[in-house]
Design a protein. Structure first.
Length: 68
C-alpha cells in the first residue's frame, strides 16, 4: 500500500500503465518519445498536472481510445 503522501495513478494513468506493459515500454520510454521528463509524465498520470494536450498525445502514441 502506498504511503499517504504518495498520490495514486488516475484511471487514465492506470490505462496508460497497462498499455505500456502491453507494448513492453515503461514511463521513461514514453516520456522520451514525447520529449518530456519522466517526472512530468508521472505528474500527468497521477493527476497532479491536467495537461489535456499531453494526455491526447499519450493516447495517440499508445492507441488508447479512452475519454480524457
Amino acid at each position: 500500500m502506498a504511503s499517504p503522501k504518495t498520490k495514486q495513478y488516475t484511471l487514465f494513468g492506470k490505462e496508460v500503465a497497462k498499455a505500456l506493459i502491453d507494448k513492453d515500454m515503461d514511463n521513461a520510454d514514453l516520456a522520451k518519445e514525447m520529449g518530456i521528463s519522466s517526472p512530468y509524465l508521472t505528474d500527468i498520470l497521477k493527476g497532479v498536472r491536467p495537461a489535456k494536450k499531453r494526455k491526447e498525445q499519450i493516447a495517440k502514441i499508445l492507441g488508447l481510445s479512452i475519454v480524457i
